[in-house]
Design a protein around this ligand. Structure first.
Ligand SMILES: O=C(O)[C@H](O)COP(=O)(O)O
Length: 627
């Protein structure tokens, strides 16, 4: 049985309502422009939702528009630039299925015909209203005999066409749905790429956020192999809203949860999730990975990645990205601030005054100028801190397990003991490696100067908290600033630490990287990397995967193949491609000792058999097709 695809025009084929755009043009110099446009939009929506009769809505809008024939030229130009993106990228569908495609719109042929002509839809398959012009070219009305100028005119219009086959109606408005309700269309697809109308969505056979989805569920040829709206992202731990915005604007389906999830909760949630976004709290264990059948990528929206089993991810073909630099400055600024606050006993004085005690004293309060700062871990944070601390006049020392070049006048020390012995303030910026557990314990604290200060903005398990508590109580250490704890709660609420109530101890709830700037920057950086992977296969800056920067692919299909790094896989992939007569236009391979990642671009249409064969190549971990 033949199928007919009936498209609405405004807010379906184009991103906008054409008469709203016409208003922008005709009212450009009108001082009441905003007011009139608002009125027009209101009337348009009332008509679409069936609240007022369509003829009424048309009459009222045309009067307010005050347009002339010459304005239509500008309108057509503007509309050409505002065709819905998924319609634009699937031009081929309109060309191939031209004979089965109709446009039925309550808009006007004068602007619809030239726009859809570019999509191979001829004027005789466009059903719409026509304007009435005055002798001097003003739009003064419309052809009232046209069935589309009356309420629910689409029903009769479609009936009159007498199409023999299955009729699928694709539109954003209730007036499109009623054709199905009246029994003249077989299926109604609520098209939500540009606007979501509650009443329309409720009654749809299927909600289609773009044409890709419509083509996918109808198994029609399309430009995107798997519609993006079917790719689900789960963002946990209050990841900045910009990340949600970026992913959803690109067409992905995104769910956010403000807290971290337990292993069980995570497994349950991940069943249909393709991309997981977390911060430092969520533990992505091997069990989680092995029970996440669709997971393609994990984004750590922070620096640390030790909360993720990177190896399990790699072995299951899951690519992990993080934001190695975005919160560096925030952590450094907090460290500097806390070093000053500790050395001036600011929190002690502040607590006293909160409790009604005036204690003006200089005792134990010292400038940071000329004092020795010991930085443990000379990575991005340690280095930037080194520079800023020197600018404050501090004498900087550092220790790192790796050989790191000194910045400015900083002095490199060869052992932790040497650094602890010399520093007035020790600040920790080691990574989240589990081997760093209790890195600063009783022994190390005893190696510190009497009356020194300790700052920990790295990971909670790095410091032995009972040992630190004892040193603060005994006066061995004069103060400490602690931002991270061996056990941190999954969500905001109650929290108790042994350090509570000790004077000259600054306690913060893991907020070193929690600034608006850092979170926004992370929400810009990580989605960019994830989308480059999902959309094109790029793994640049992946933390657990061979990095490949791919050229933009045009007019080719891209096969992404992740496999165990064993001999013969590449040969077998190419054998399959050759057997099916596909021509390779580009091939990119990168491997590490465990996995190989090969991207093959072919210039011809492929059939499902090739895909199955490629999936069957021995050693395959994951296989994905783009375009
Ligand atoms: O790893 C990091 O970047 C810091 O620990 C910050 O983590 P957060 O995003 O959970 O605050």
């Amino acid at each position: 049985m033949s199928k007919y695809y009936i498209f609405d025009f405004d807010s379906t084929l184009t991103k906008v309502e054409a008469l709203d755009v016409l208003a922008e043009i005709t009212l450009a110099n009108n001082p009441r422009k905003e007011e009139i446009i608002e009125e027009i939009i209101k009337i348009t929506n009332l008509g679409i939702d069936g609240e007022i009769s369509f003829t009424q809505s048309l009459e009222r809008r045309i009067k307010l528009l005050n347009a002339k024939r010459s304005d239509l030229e500008l309108l057509i130009k503007a509309l050409k630039k505002r065709v819905s993106p998924s319609i634009e990228r699937n031009k081929e569908f309109f060309e191939t299925f031209s004979d089965n495609i109709y446009v039925i719109s309550a808009g006007f042929k004068e602007f619809i015909v030239p726009i859809v002509a570019e999509y191979n839809i001829p004027a005789d398959r466009v059903f719409a209203n026509t304007f009435e012009f005055s002798a001097s070219g003003e739009i003064i009305g419309f052809d009232r005999d046209n069935i589309l100028s009356v309420h629910n005119g689409k029903i009769e219009c479609l009936q009159n066409l007498q199409l023999d086959g299955e009729i699928q109606m694709i539109g954003d408005g209730y007036s499109d749905y009623v054709t199905k309700e009246a029994g003249v269309a077989h299926k109604f697809f609520a098209y939500t790429e540009n606007v979501q109308r509650e009443k329309t969505i409720q009654n749809a056979d299927h909600i289609t956020p773009n044409l890709d989805e419509f083509l996918y569920i109808n198994d029609l040829p399309r430009n995107i192999s798997y519609p993006k709206n079917r790719i689900k992202m789960l963002l946990l731990e209050n990841i900045h809203a910009d990340a949600y915005e970026k992913f959803s604007t690109d067409g992905f389906t995104v769910e956010t949860v403000s807290r971290s999830l337990s292993e069980e909760e995570l497994i349950e949630k991940l069943q249909d999730v393709h991309v997981l976004g977390i911060r430092s709290k969520t533990q992505v264990t091997q069990k989680v990975i092995e029970n996440a059948p669709r997971l393609l990528a994990v984004g750590a929206f922070c620096i640390g990645t030790k909360q993720i089993d990177l190896n399990a991810c790699k072995e299951n073909g899951i690519v992990v990205f993080n934001a190695p630099y975005s919160n560096t400055r925030s952590v450094v600024e907090l460290a500097i601030g806390e070093i000053i606050m500790l050395m001036r006993s600011v929190f002690q004085r502040s607590t006293e005054l909160h409790n009604g005690q005036w204690n003006k004293t200089a005792q134990g309060s010292r400038e940071v100028r000329g004092k020795k700062l010991g930085i443990v871990g000379y990575g991005n944070i340690g280095k930037q801190l080194s520079v800023l601390a020197e600018a404050l006049g501090m004498d900087v020392y550092y220790y790192d397990v790796e050989d790191k070049l000194a910045l400015g006048n900083a002095t490199k020390l060869n052992s932790l003991a040497d650094l602890l012995a010399v520093s007035d303030v020790v600040t920790l910026h080691v990574d989240d490696n589990a081997l760093n557990k209790n890195y600063i314990g009783e022994k190390e604290i005893s190696q510190m100067k009497d009356g020194a200060h300790l700052v920990n903005l790295s990971r909670g398990f790095v410091v032995d908290i009972p040992a630190l508590t004892a040193a603060l109580k005994s006066g061995k250490l004069a103060g400490a600033a602690v931002d991270v704890y061996p056990e941190e709660p999954r969500k905001n609420g109650d929290f108790i630490t042994e350090l509570k109530g000790l004077s000259n101890v600054i306690l913060t709830p893991h907020v070193g990287g929690s600034t608006e700037e850092a979170q926004r920057d992370i929400a810009d950086f990580v989605p960019g990397k994830i989308m480059a992977y999902i959309n094109s296969g790029n793994t640049v800056d992946a933390v657990n995967f061979p990095n490949i920067r791919l050229p933009k692919q045009q007019n080719a299909h891209r096969f992404l193949h992740i496999h165990e790094n064993v001999s013969g896989v590449m040969a077998n992939i190419n054998k399959v491609v050759a057997e099916y007569g596909l021509n390779i236009v580009g091939q990119y391979l990168s491997t590490d000792p465990k996995v190989g990642y090969v991207i093959t671009d072919v210039d011809k249409d492929y059939n499902q058999e090739v895909i199955q064969e490629l999936k069957n190549v021995e050693g395959t971990i994951r296989f994905r097709v783009l375009y």
